[in-house]
Ligand binder design. Structure first.
Ligand code: SAM
Length: 282
């Protein structure tokens, strides 16, 4: 990874793989690092879909629609990654690959009643999600930079559950505030956000509290995200978590980025332990 720039927060910069016409480069770069947080997050997200009765999920920083692929299809991340890195498909022109993926995912749809909307700054990634049918609707906008377009604001009105894996750090409280400002009834919104331990989620949780929502960390577990790309990334992440007062032993200290899971819910809902019974260690 010698050509990678470093972000201010110590992570390797993969921005080029987020802006391709299809996810082949994304999985080629991330599978060797055992990228897995969307799969790890899925049981929590599934539990919240059930608890909230969600019909319309917004995936923030959705990239190519990976959380939508997992939530709505009978496929896991390993199968999706294996397909994207299949040498037999490496030379396909993007248009052909996208048409082929649309047929493939349609054949694996298990939950047609759940809409998954996507928001990402990358127009090619959103375009892939829409053309393959992974995303029910999607918008390439940067809410750190500006408020939602009228089309995005209209789409956000129906959202009842927000999901975010691997997004915090790229986005912060400004994006969340703008989303909640456009949702029909923010006091009834649920969120499941998976945040690398190098980042502080408190400012976002504070913003959400301003809408009357309660945020708790998923207890008793963290969510492995991926292996470090190199020793610089490892050293920096261990220093970052230690500076936050967290112990890197067995997590960053063992070569992995780990995320904390945060669940945000309306005030008058059952406690998190009850909602996640069977998902978190008892
Ligand atoms: C690490 S990827 C996570 C992708 C996916 N959620 C996953 O877990 O595999 C980060 C994503 O955030 C997007 N992104 C970066 N900055 C953004 C911003 N300001 N607003 C929306 N999306 C952004 C990138 O384009 C990229 O798709």
């Amino acid at each position: 990874m010698t050509d990678e720039a470093r972000t201010a927060t110590s992570k390797a910069d993969f921005s080029t793989i987020y802006a391709q016409p299809d996810p082949r480069a994304y999985f080629r770069a991330l599978m060797p690092l055992e990228y897995q947080v969307p799969q790890r997050a899925l049981p929590v997200v599934e539990a919240l879909v059930a608890a909230s009765g969600s019909r319309t999920v917004l995936d923030v920083c959705c990239s190519y629609g990976i959380n939508a692929a997992l939530l709505r299809h009978d496929l896991d991340l390993a199968a999706i990654g294996a397909r994207a890195t299949d040498p037999a498909r490496a030379a396909l022109p993007p248009g052909e690959l996208i048409r082929d993926d649309a047929v493939f995912y349609a054949g694996h749809l298990r939950r047609p009643d759940l809409a998954v909307l996507g928001l990402d700054a990358s127009a090619p990634a959103i375009d892939y999600g829409l053309r393959t049918g992974l995303l029910t609707n999607g918008w390439a906008e940067d809410l750190e930079d500006a408020g939602p377009s009228p089309a995005l604001a209209a789409g956000l009105r129906e959202v009842d559950l927000v999901v975010c894996t691997g997004g915090v750090g790229y986005i912060g409280e400004r994006t969340f505030d703008r989303i909640l400002g456009a949702v029909g009834d923010p006091s009834r919104l649920w969120l499941a956000t998976f945040v690398l331990r190098v980042f502080d989620y408190a400012p976002i949780a504070k913003t959400l509290a301003g809408y009357g929502l309660v945020t708790e960390r998923v207890p008793g577990m963290t969510f492995p995200q991926r292996r470090f790309a190199d020793s610089d990334e490892s050293d920096a992440a261990q220093a970052d978590v230690a500076a936050r007062g967290l112990d890197p032993a067995g997590k960053e200290g063992s070569g992995w980025f780990h995320a904390d899971g945060y669940v945000t819910r309306p005030e008058a809902t059952p406690p998190l332990a009850e909602l996640l019974a069977g998902v978190v260690p008892g």
